[in-house]
Design a protein around this ligand. Structure first.
Ligand SMILES: NC(=O)c1ccc[n+]([C@@H]2O[C@H](COP(=O)([O-])OP(=O)(O)OC[C@H]3O[C@@H](n4cnc5c(N)ncnc54)[C@H](O)[C@@H]3O)[C@@H](O)[C@H]2O)c1
Length: 371
């Protein structure tokens, strides 16, 4: 097994510990926080698959109380936040308490939200266990819950005290979730780093997924994505401008994800974002100068790797409607983050209804071309 270098990357004063030693750094770090009671938020899978390893390595967490919620996107609700607040209250949590979020993006988004609200803010750390969490969700201080099927409608910017990224946790992550996280890594490459995009592109998604997570290219891809997110968040913590680059693929992606949940065929976040990136690449070609060769390379790679369902019939109007509710909408036009070439993002590109529809038709045509 390759030795992954331990790194510390600072983001908005939040240290990010990365690599094989990340779990052992938790003891030292938590001790310096001198917390009162410590609570670990986990879902059923991370409690079973990740908590034993964490407790084995971290004596400081031995006496912590575990709060378990059901897993998955449907758990990111105000009701669950209230349930956790009630549990914290019943266990006597006060402002000296520490919340440890052990899980994927659902746990870090929900746990961060809970920490931001409880007694006007308690400290928390993220220990992401999914690829989505490690490469993206646990970093950057954005916390949220969903409202109905609309994603992330209520939330806070509230930074973790530290993030500990231990790629070894990914060994038990189901392949579908590894694939979903890979979509965010591809997004990061497309908006930040043409060299990283070419490294990804050399191997089809199916081949990448067969590589052990502790061997190259995984650690390099995760670290590259974390570093890039870091850089962007440090420049623009509150998403006034530069942080919007991270929304590439998310305008259509969020609507697709919400719609798919409403209709009983839930897409994973990364699957929806992959479809959204095909649409955004089409719009990039149409409005931002992305070459036809790049459009073809990106859309075929994503369609082969993520093969989501086509968007047809009534679902098109419903998805358009959901997009209009999205926060990236301004004065009736949808605001997109696009790319002029791999690695070169452009933000705040206004696209009208007809252009977005064309992008959805392009997505459908690409899917049928690779199937
Ligand atoms: N805040 C942000 O900046 C940000 C960025 C990207 C995504 N997100 C959010 O992240 C969420 C998606 O995150 P996700 O894909 O990690 O979903 P998730 O948290 O639901 O985790 C995916 C599944 O994998 C399981 N799991 C996690 N780690 C495991 C492990 N090591 N072994 C076995 N099973 C494991 C979980 O129990 C769950 O069933 C979405 O809600 C999205 O909005 C937030």
């Amino acid at each position: 097994m390759m030795k992954i270098p331990s790194r510390i990357i600072t983001i908005d004063r939040t240290p990010v510990f990365f690599g094989n030693d990340a779990v052992s750094s938790i003891d030292r770090f938590v001790t310096t926080l001198r917390p009162g009671a410590v609570f670990i938020l986990a879902d059923g899978n991370t409690r079973r698959q990740c908590l034993p390893l964490l407790l084995e390595k971290c004596t400081v967490l031995e006496n912590s109380r575990v709060i378990e919620i059901e897993g998955g996107e449907a758990a990111k609700t105000l009701e669950n936040a209230e349930k956790i607040w009630n549990e914290l209250l019943a266990s006597g949590a006060d402002r000296s308490s520490l919340l440890v979020n052990l899980g994927g993006g659902v746990i870090s988004d929900l746990g961060g939200f809970v920490a931001a609200g409880y007694k006007r803010g308690i400290r928390y750390i993220n220990i992401p266990t999914s690829l989505m969490g490690q490469a993206d969700a646990a970093i950057g201080g954005k916390t949220a819950v969903n409202l109905g099927n609309l994603k992330n409608q209520v939330g806070f910017f509230y930074a973790a005290r530290a993030v500990f990224i231990f790629p070894g946790f990914l060994n038990t992550l189901p392949e579908a979730h590894l694939r979903s996280g890979l979509a965010e890594i591809i997004k990061s490459a497309l908006i930040s780093d043409a060299v990283m995009w070419r490294r990804v592109q050399k191997r089809p998604v199916a081949v990448l997924l067969r590589q052990p997570v502790e061997s190259e290219p995984w650690p390099g891809l995760i670290a590259g994505t974390v570093k890039f997110k870091n850089k962007v968040v440090m420049q623009d913590y509150r998403e006034q401008r530069q942080r919007k680059v991270l929304n590439f693929g998310h305008t259509v992606g969020h609507a697709l994800e919400g719609y798919s949940q409403l209709h009983g065929k839930p897409l994973l976040h990364g699957e929806a974002v992959a479809a959204g990136m095909i649409c955004a690449s089409y719009l990039s070609h149409r409005k931002a100068g992305l070459s036809s060769a790049d459009l073809d390379a990106i859309s075929i790679y994503l369609a082969e790797g993520f093969a989501g369902g086509a968007v047809e019939g009534d679902s098109i109007a419903a998805i358009m409607e959901m997009m209009m509710h999205d926060k990236k909408q301004l004065n009736g036009h949808l605001q997109f983050t696009l790319i002029s070439k791999p690695g070169q993002p452009v933000i705040n590109i206004s696209c009208n209804h007809a252009e977005v529809l064309e992008a959805i038709h392009f997505y459908n045509a690409t899917l049928s071309g690779v199937s």
